[in-house]
Design a protein around this ligand. Structure first.
Ligand SMILES: Nc1nc2c(ncn2[C@@H]2O[C@H](COP(=O)(O)OP(=O)(O)O)[C@@H](O)[C@H]2O)c(=O)[nH]1
Ligand SMILES: [Mg+2]
Ligand SMILES: [Zn+2]
Ligand SMILES: [Zn+2]
Length: 363
């Protein structure tokens, strides 16, 4: 059976509405990609698709049975939304953690600190990783070191992670570093769900790598948005931290998706690490709800009108920030707000079901 070399879906010429479609006259061309991949590659057109859960379970079963090495790709800007805790059990002793997109951290970020932070988090969460790499598939940072060690692995290597963390981009960067020409690369895009099935790649020196579809989940904001709204939420360049001095009774709307309320505490800075294109509005706690009702879906986007039902109602949770250490309130698939270590009582509202966590400050 022929599969699309871009997304892994079996190719077919019967139904243009189904995944893997190629026009009949192209089906026999060597190295052909499906129409969807073709459009993503050539027109940056986006076509969301969903990956059946049983397919993902099948992949997990396969990598456990093959005792494969698992490269768990995580997005550094979305630690909260892109970690898969169960993986360390499935891949006991063979788990490599690759933290991608470090080019999106603010320019002054010290990577050695980020690495220490990651190690501390892994410890706390009881995840045992064989190695941890900080990389940027886009900028080529950390790629050649990873390639060196990957080429020494003798069993299969599976690239696993949440949708959109950059698994296919990482595989492409590694292949390019290994000298593979550009027409043998995988399909990547900003919309979750680009890779539909496993794509097996012979690296040429006996290694076999397997790119996999990402896991999409409603606990991340990004998995609930249309392509238009995604454009505002997914960072496309180094984050510019935005600082707001807030006192008790003040509120921030980050787009119309996430809200911070300061309930108690002295006036203090809150630093927002979210996509630079996302607009932030300052308001007051007592007006914040009315503000949303008046503007959301119209002049307060994202969410657009079509996305509104997927991101409402919001759920609100309160947090006590203790004095001393800087802490982040992180929203899965969205970004984080950092507080600099003064006592406060705050509330975060986010679409119901989306993960929000309080963690030691990443930067
Ligand atoms: N800034 C930045 N973006 C990246 C990086 N790697 C991937 N991306 C982007 O993240 C999105 C998802 O990438 P893709 O490889 O399709 O993710 P996958 O779903 O995990 O395979 C695309 O828009 C990529 O361009 C990176 O290192 N830095
Ligand atoms: Mg992919
Ligand atoms: Zn395809
Ligand atoms: Zn939308």
């Amino acid at each position: 059976m022929k599969v699309c070399r871009g997304c892994g879906e079996p190719l077919q010429s019967e139904d243009p509405g189904r995944a893997g479609y190629v026009p009949p006259h192209r089906l026999e061309e060597p190295g052909v990609v499906c129409r969807r991949c073709y459009r993503i590659m050539h027109y940056q057109e986006v076509a969301p698709a969903s990956v059946p859960a049983e397919r993902l379970r099948g992949i997990m079963g396969l990598l456990a049975a093959e005792r494969a090495t698992v490269v768990h790709v995580v997005d550094v800007t979305d630690w909260t939304g892109s970690r898969i805790p169960d993986l360390s059990t499935v891949a006991e002793g063979r788990l490599w953690l690759v933290i991608n997109k470090i080019d999106l951290l603010p320019r002054e970020t010290r990577y050695d600190r980020v690495l220490r932070w990651v190690e501390m988090q892994l410890n706390k969460e009881g995840i045992r990783a064989e190695r941890v790499d900080l990389v940027s598939a886009h900028k080529g940072i950390g790629i050649s070191e990873l390639l060196d060690d990957l080429s020494r692995v003798e069993n299969h290597v599976y690239f696993i992670g949440a949708a959109n963390v950059g698994k296919s981009s990482l595989v492409n960067a590694l292949l390019q570093a290994a000298g593979r020409p550009a027409d043998g690369l995988l399909t990547t895009s900003r919309v979750p769900g680009t890779t539909l099935n496993t794509v097996t790649i012979e690296t040429g020196n006996g290694n076999v790598w397997v790119d996999t579809p990402g896991i999409t989940a409603a606990y991340r904001v990004v998995d609930r948005l249309c392509p238009g709204c995604l454009r505002a939420v997914v960072p496309d360049g180094p984050l510019h931290p935005r600082i707001y001095q807030l006192e008790s009774g003040q509120s921030l709307w980050l787009g119309g998706l996430v809200r911070l309320d300061v309930l108690e505490g002295v006036r203090q800075p809150f630093v927002c690490y979210v996509s630079n294109r996302l607009r932030i509005h300052r308001t007051q706690v007592r007006r914040a709800k009315a503000f949303f009702e008046r503007h959301a879906g119209r002049d307060l986007v994202p969410p657009c009108e079509a996305c509104l039902p997927a991101v409402t109602p919001p759920a609100t949770k309160e947090w006590s920030l203790s004095p001393g250490a800087a802490a982040d309130l992180a929203v899965a698939g969205f970004g984080w707000i950092s507080a600099r270590g003064r006592a406060a009582r705050v509330a975060i509202s986010a679409p119901e079901g989306v993960d929000v966590e309080l963690r030691p400050a990443l930067i």
